[in-house]
Design a protein around this ligand. Structure first.
Ligand code: ARG
Length: 547
């Protein structure tokens, strides 16, 4: 009967066989109808439930709910308990199975030991999911501008999606699409000529370029500055060697620093791309749009594409300025086409905050109008806004500010907590634990929700926080180090019969379903809730008493 463990024992498959015989349905069709019952604090629950609705035909209505209950009761009567299933009961529209307690403990532990870190991902739930190549674009900050909280969220969410896909056996290309082009580089160029310092550019490029940009922006209304900025950008577009070489330094030094900082977060990219790559290719896109009869000119001379359903221009996107140059959207069109040519991906995911939802809708729509049917395989994963993340220095400007703040706050908490043991490298530990806290706080809710950020809430050492999760992990790890896990091969399952132990085992049964859910809707919250519950379970199981 057990399906959630990666490969159920033959005796259990036999049970699935019995169900399939009674229902006259092939066992494969029943795999997704059986799920582990979520563990509940208050009451004793069965291990698995079979959902009648998943095999019943017809529409949903109140009367159907009664009907499903009735069908569940009828089916339960026809099934017999045996050496595997010790109890059969019914719930609302479900038939529930309770497995022989010793077999439950044995099967789950054996599977955990056998699969190790691949526990759950080898589940047959994933056997029908084809292995795919996914391009995931995330983080994508703008050079010389603020690395705002939206970029931080994009970084951790994109990294989560990429890691999850890799764990499930998919091929992943991680792309950072930098804001490295546009008129602001004209201004930055002039700013650098006026206030720049080559040494500072090398030693702390992100900070220096930001400062230069802030300074020159104050003079941006001045006519001479405006003209110089325009000239600088024109030279850049014409690939004037000197101008281009300065711009390239801005970009190269910035990327070097990004790589170093992302590393602290455990994030890396396969490609540092950017808008600059697509200024020429976007001219080809404009030509293509024109050839396909999709490009229309306005009286002001701008180029637009009608994306309305009725083709009445009730909704359109601007893809060309009146001087013929490209826009953010045009460069994204060129980038999408280029990535398809380069990577032949099966799915492409863009991770940004929800303020860009319209932009991506238009992007996918235009690609579709251009005849690229793969546009349907593009996806925008959006997330809500986070308010109130401030550091002691004030507003967050650089990613490094956030990381340093997390580390110092965590260090302080550790120093004041009496329970903190002597650790080898407190700074490193503070950083790791603090980052987990930040990520868990962010991943607890739906990605689309906005939330108010709080350092104190995130860094609490008790409750549903990343800090407690890390501590529990560390405790379990040291337990494993102390005792080794080889003894588990001859574990006496009779000792694992108390309700708390059963709850942990039951919870472990659900892991693959949780992974599956997150892999379907790309929401980390399922995995996070699962882990927090597992932590509660292992704590109430009094594992901590053994340290
Ligand atoms: N650099 C952009 C920004 O900071 C995000 C880029 C998102 N990706 C894209 N392909 N448009 O708003």
């Amino acid at each position: 009967m057990t399906r959630a463990a990666s490969s159920p024992a033959p005796s259990e498959l036999g049970k699935l066989g019995e169900l399939s015989k009674v229902l006259e349905l092939p066992p494969e069709n029943l795999i997704k109808s059986i799920s582990a019952v979520p563990v509940s604090k208050k009451r004793h629950v069965a291990d698995f439930q079979f959902s009648i609705a998943s095999v019943a035909e017809g529409s949903s209505s109140d009367c159907l709910a009664q009907d499903l209950n009735l069908q569940a009761q009828k089916l339960a009567k026809r099934l017999k308990c045996d050496a595997v299933v010790r109890e059969i009961s019914t719930g609302p529209g479900t038939v529930n199975f309770t497995i022989n307690r010793e077999l439950l403990a044995k099967t789950v532990l054996q599977q955990v030991l056998k699969d190790g870190s691949e526990y759950g991902v080898k589940s047959e739930l994933f056997s029908t999911v084809p292995r795919q190549k996914a391009v995931i674009e995330f983080s994508s900050p703008n050079i010389a501008k603020k690395f705002h909280i939206g970029h931080l969220r994009s970084t951790i969410v994109g990294n989560f999606i990429a890691n999850l896909k890799v764990a499930l056996g998919h091929e992943v290309v991680r792309i950072n699409y930098l804001g490295d082009w546009g008129m602001q580089f004209g201004l930055l160029g002039v700013g650098f000529q006026r206030f720049g310092d080559k040494e500072k550019l090398q030693s702390s490029p992100l900070q220096h370029l930001f400062e230069v940009y802030v300074k020159i922006n104050k003079e941006a209304e001045d006519e001479t500055t405006k003209k110089l900025a325009k000239d600088f950008f024109r030279k850049l577009e014409e690939h004037d060697e000197q101008t281009l070489s300065l711009w390239k330094q801005f970009r190269d030094f910035s990327i070097e620093e990004y790589i170093r900082i992302y590393k602290r977060l455990g994030v890396h990219f396969d490609e540092y791309s950017g808008e600059s790559f697509y200024q020429e290719k976007s001219q080809e896109v404009l030509k293509l749009l024109e050839d396909k009869g999709l490009l229309q000119k306005t009286i002001e001379g701008t180029g637009i594409v009608d994306v309305s359903e009725k083709k009445d221009l009730s909704s359109f996107s601007t893809v060309m300025r009146s001087d013929g140059t490209s826009l953010y959207l045009t460069r994204d069109l060129a980038a999408a086409i280029d990535r398809m040519n380069k990577h032949s991906w099966d799915t492409m995911i863009y991770v940004t905050d929800k303020s860009q939802s319209n932009h991506f809708q238009h992007l996918f729509q235009i690609l579709k109008l251009m005849g690229y049917d793969w546009a349907e395989r593009c996806q925008h994963v959006s997330f809500g806004l986070v308010q109130g993340m401030k550091t002691r220095r004030g507003e967050v400007i650089f990613l490094e500010d956030v990381l340093n703040e997390v580390r110092s706050r965590m260090l302080q908490n550790m120093a004041s907590a009496k329970t903190t043991k002597e650790i080898e490298d407190p700074v490193e530990t503070a950083e790791k634990v603090g980052l987990a806290a930040l990520i868990i706080q962010d991943f607890r809710g739906l990605l689309s929700s906005d939330y108010q950020f709080s350092w104190d809430r995130a860094l609490q050492s008790r409750g549903d926080t990343g800090v407690f999760l890390q501590y529990t992990h560390a405790r379990l790890h040291s337990l494993e180090q102390m005792h080794g896990n080889e003894q588990l091969t001859d574990v006496n399952v009779a000792c694992l019969q108390e309700p708390d132990a059963i709850s942990v085992l039951q919870h472990l049964l659900r892991y693959d379903e949780v992974l599956y859910r997150s892999s379907q809707d790309l929401q980390p919250k399922h995995i996070v809730s699962y882990l927090l519950m597992l932590r509660r379970g292992s704590v109430s199981f009094k594992l901590h008493a053994q340290f």
